[in-house]
Design a protein around this ligand. Structure first.
Ligand code: XIL
Length: 302
């Protein structure tokens, strides 16, 4: 096939991108999106601060814009994200434990209910673990006030809200085997053993020279898949350029294709022009929507 989405689909996978609602009116942005991708993740528009800046007052305008665009073009949507320490409005951190618990469950329920039937998978909890060798949870209002059970509670609430969406745990620096991914692995194993609803694990896969594609990337994806969950590459971008960048992208695609439960890959943006890595060129299309060597490498590997 001649596009990323169609080629991935021929292998039973999806190929997605993060999308910002504010760029949908740019014709080259929209046409590249519509031509190449068959999954979208709102880059910021579904985050807590974007949809519930004031307690129990929900606004979905920009997120709805992305979802209806995607649906109109036959693309699926990943929901990102329900419970995260970042891009969290200040009022959440000010709540006491009982209020925070009800606010968390209300947020999950209301947001998922609004999008019921329209979301392929939700990142229910994002980035709950620390970097480094401890394997410990990251400090956050949820962790600090509700304790380690907040993740289980979030997943149970999410399943009750929309039983048709896959429920994912998503994190970064978990792409290879290390203390952080070991801790996530132990959590997923425990959830599967105890029947806590979890369907997928997202590997953000933000790579750069300090954090290249790990040599055991495929093995790490496989060990999670072997727990009985799908694995997804959720926020892929790779700093660099030219053939070195292309070769790294090839490794990622090959790893996903080698793991039967790797459901698909999402790059974290359509074009280098709008990458969150503003100093970098980590994506598949350059600032003029030209196809980079990395694009050709991905298409060839798919
Ligand atoms: C980033 C967005 O790309 C930026 O536009 C925003 O300013 C900050 O968040 N991990 C995640 C994503 O799960 O939501 C983050 O997205 C990148 C890191």
């Amino acid at each position: 096939a001649t596009t990323l989405g169609a080629s991935a689909a021929a292998k039973g996978r999806y190929f997605g991108t993060a999308v910002a609602a504010g760029h949908l009116g740019e014709s080259a942005y929209a046409s590249t999106l519509d031509t190449e991708f068959n999954m979208v993740t709102p880059e910021n528009e579904m985050k807590w601060d974007a949809v519930e800046g004031t307690r129990n007052s929900f606004g979905f305008g920009p997120a709805d814009q992305i979802v209806s665009h995607a649906q109109g073009k036959g693309m699926k949507v990943r929901g990102h994200t329900l419970v995260w320490h970042s891009q969290l409005p200040g009022w959440v951190g000010g709540l006491g434990a009982d209020d925070l618990r009800s606010a968390m469950n209300n947020h999950i329920t209301k947001v998922m209910d609004h999008y019921k039937g329209k979301i392929y998978a939700w990142d229910v909890v994002n980035e709950a673990y620390q970097d480094g060798s401890s394997g410990a949870r990251r400090s956050s209002p949820f962790q600090d006030k509700l304790g380690s059970g907040f993740i289980e509670e979030a997943f149970r609430t999410a399943r009750a809200a929309d039983s048709g969406a896959k429920l994912c745990y998503n994190d970064y620096n978990t792409d290879g085997q290390n203390a952080k991914s070991n801790a996530v692995y132990a959590m997923v194993k425990d959830f599967k053993q105890r029947g806590v609803p979890i369907d997928c694990v997202g590997f953000q896969s933000h790579f750069n020279s300090n954090s290249p594609v790990p040599g055991d990337y495929q093995a790490n994806l496989q060990r999670f898949a072997d727990l009985g969950v799908d694995v997804q590459i959720t926020e892929l971008d790779i700093e660099g350029s030219g053939s070195a960048q292309a070769a790294s992208y090839t490794k990622v695609v090959n790893a996903c294709l080698a793991v039967s439960r790797c459901a698909g890959m999402t790059v974290w943006g359509v074009t280098d022009k709008y990458s969150w890595r503003s100093s970098g060129t980590p994506l598949l299309f350059d600032g003029n929507y030209g196809k980079k060597p990395a694009y050709t490498a991905v298409l060839t590997a798919l």
